[in-house]
Design a protein. Structure first.
Lengths: 456, 182
């Protein structure tokens, strides 16, 4: 059968592929190809950064949160900034694999697997920050409702308790969704593995999958249901994260625009991170046939659209603080724009709103280094956004006598940079040991998987 | 199978095809010929096969629904019991049963339970994990996850007959028909 690219006007898979070549191209990265030097170097660097995290966390557990820059009035600082940043990054993975699945967007197929992996690792990094911020992290389980000798129970009217449930549910469901998607692929790897160790490793993960039609039937139903469940979940998670702020009466936080604008920001930063990962990956592993220019173009457009929603959110914030006619709200906004942290605010406007406008132009979207640069800039911008929200609202609230300043310490930075190391280490291990693109989904794009209706 | 008691028992007979279309056609013919205990094996899901071997509904959505309802009730009544019965505390004058504040956790637990029952239910109904299965004994079956399509008629089928079924499968013009040893 002639192998011609199908599915939609712009090809979502390069020409000349069939079932065998797709399986070969994706599985050889894991099974047969020699580990590239770049992988070793990249993993080495990421691992070193992870050791920085380990050092910072160890010192934190020895000394307590006093080693960080937090104090009253800014008690939240980097820990919460990083928590929100990481969890936001995770959202793109679920969006790509769940919402775009329900919308029948075929281009999602080649990026969904590693975007989901990105989600898992980002949520793992996010989860660490509230734990470390607790002061007594070894008592983290007090957040869960369990019968205990103190006969004390969580306070379910608090968004911080909602957060525990939202984030742990999100992590669990993302893991389940990701693993269910992996099952037929690891079965492919089991059957292609040349070594006994490989066969055992992938065979165990594949749970004995044999591609039975009766299994596929239930499997497809389950995938759709999981996508349907993950869709409201992903929206709820960042909504609950925004409630951590919006339910408080602190000036600058107490607005109803927070949930939608947090969700848009999460998707924005997530797509930026997917681009930051996809661009080097496709170049390093020669996956241009699967992650085509068209994929990059579409992702850039999603970024542009969510970035504009975010710009609207920023506009609303400014408008609300003026329209509220509330002294404290108005002062907060003035202080945010012209106070001690003004440089962070204007840097945020430049990185999140101004520079991404370059994406309007096809030339930018087709220029890979420039696109990579814009995606990096957006990641920085989204981090600045959370920094500005947390710090400018807290450092000058209602009483002038309780005003203060916040500056991160070396340990704040070490912890933050360290989690980037943790994230990248996990990601490097993932691309080395698991298929980073869904083999089955790529195959369904080929004519070979189509049944030609013929007379019996 | 009873007529051939002397020969070793078979799990079934496996026919190998090169194209998805051929498999669908074969499955349709087999079903029309009255075979009911049959299964198709393919590297990708093929919707037409479900039709051909009479798969119309499965139990996964019901499992998900039961999981979701359980999660919802667990979520809400956990919070109700904690906040009203076990540990009633007055927070800013709000009622003990502040049900609107209980919605987020109720929602999260609904999703959590539904997702877990969907995934675990799918695996359980499929009988996975199953480390050993007779079809893996078929030479070349490892290509069922690459580019070959298989149809297996199982020996427990009432119509199964070693020679007759083999002849029937041969008539569907497969690449090969193989005995599946249990």
């Amino acid at each position: 059968m002639a192998a011609v690219a199908v599915a939609g006007p712009p090809p979502v898979i390069g020409p000349g592929h069939d079932f065998e070549s797709v399986g070969q191209a994706i599985s050889e990265i894991v099974l047969t190809r020699k580990t590239p030097l770049g992988w070793v170097a990249g993993f080495g660097l990421a691992f070193t950064l992870m050791m920085v995290f380990l050092t910072a966390a160890t010192y934190l557990f020895l000394k307590g949160v006093g080693i960080w820059g937090i104090n009253i009035p800014v008690a939240w600082g980097f820990a919460i900034v990083n928590f929100v940043w990481w969890i936001g990054i995770g959202h793109a993975g679920t969006l790509i694999s769940a919402i775009l699945l329900l919308l029948h967007q075929k281009w999602r197929m080649s990026i969904s697997r590693f975007a989901e992996a990105m989600t898992l690792f980002a949520v793992a990094c996010a989860g660490l920050f509230p734990l470390m911020h607790m002061g007594r992290p070894w008592l983290f389980y007090w957040m869960f409702p369990y019968p205990n000798e103190m006969t004390v129970w969580p306070q379910f009217r608090s968004p911080l308790v909602w957060d525990v449930f939202a984030v742990s549910t999100y992590a669990t469901v993302s893991l389940v969704f990701w693993y269910v998607g992996l099952i037929p692929d690891v079965a492919t790897l089991r059957d292609r593995a040349k070594t006994n160790v490989g066969r055992k490793f992938f065979g165990t993960l594949a749970l004995g999958w044999r591609g039975s039609a009766r299994h596929w039937f239930r499997y497809e139903t389950a995938s759709l249901l999981l996508a349907g469940l993950a869709t409201p979940l992903v929206v709820s998670v960042h909504t609950v994260v925004s409630f951590d702020f919006a339910v408080a009466i602190v000036p600058g936080w107490h607005t109803t625009i927070f949930p939608p604008y947090f969700v848009a920001g999460a998707i924005y930063s997530g797509f930026a991170m997917v681009l930051c990962l996809a661009i080097p990956l496709r170049a390093a592993y020669g996956l241009q046939d699967f992650v085509t220019m068209w994929h990059l173009d579409v992702m850039a457009k999603v970024m542009l659209a969510t970035g504009l929603i975010l710009a609207y959110g920023y506009g609303c914030e400014v408008f609300y603080s003026w329209y509220s006619a509330d002294t404290f709200e108005r002062y907060m906004m003035w202080n945010r724009m012209f106070g001690p942290y003004a440089s962070a605010y204007w840097a945020l406007i430049a990185t999140n709103i101004v520079i991404p406008q370059l994406l309007w132009f096809k030339k930018t979207r087709q220029n890979i280094p420039l696109l990579f640069f814009v995606a990096l800039v957006v990641n920085v911008g989204m981090w600045l956004e959370r920094y500005v929200i947390v710090v400018t609202s807290l450092h000058r609230d209602f009483l002038v006598s309780s005003w203060g300043r916040y500056a991160p310490t070396m340990w704040d930075w070490a912890t933050f940079v360290g989690t980037i190391g943790l994230f990248l280490s996990l990601f490097f291990l993932f691309i080395r040991f698991l298929p980073m693109i869904s083999i089955v989904e790529m195959r369904t794009l080929l004519p070979q998987s189509q049944v030609k209706e013929e007379l019996p | 199978m009873h007529e051939h008691g002397k020969e070793p028992a078979l799990y079934g007979l496996m026919a190998e095809f090169e194209e998805a279309g051929a498999l669908v056609k074969a499955a349709r013919h087999a079903h029309e010929a009255g075979y009911r205990h049959l299964d198709a094996y393919s590297p990708v899901p093929i919707e037409e096969i479900y039709e051909a071997i009479d798969l119309h509904q499965n139990e996964v959505p019901l499992t998900a629904l039961i999981g979701g309802i359980t999660g919802c009730l667990t979520g809400f009544f956990l919070q109700y019991w904690v906040s009203v019965i076990a540990y009633p505390i007055n927070v800013g004058g709000r009622p003990f049963n502040s049900w609107p504040a209980f919605i987020p956790v109720t929602f999260e637990l609904t999703i959590l339970f539904a997702a877990l029952t969907t995934a675990l239910g799918m695996l359980a109904l499929n009988g996975l994990p199953q480390p050993y299965h007779p079809v893996f004994n078929v030479p070349g079956f490892e290509r069922a996850t690459t580019d070959r399509f298989f149809l297996c008629i199982e020996s427990k089928d009432a119509k199964f007959d070693r020679e007759g079924t083999r002849a029937f499968l041969e008539s569907l013009r497969p690449r090969e028909v193989t005995d599946v040893v249990p």
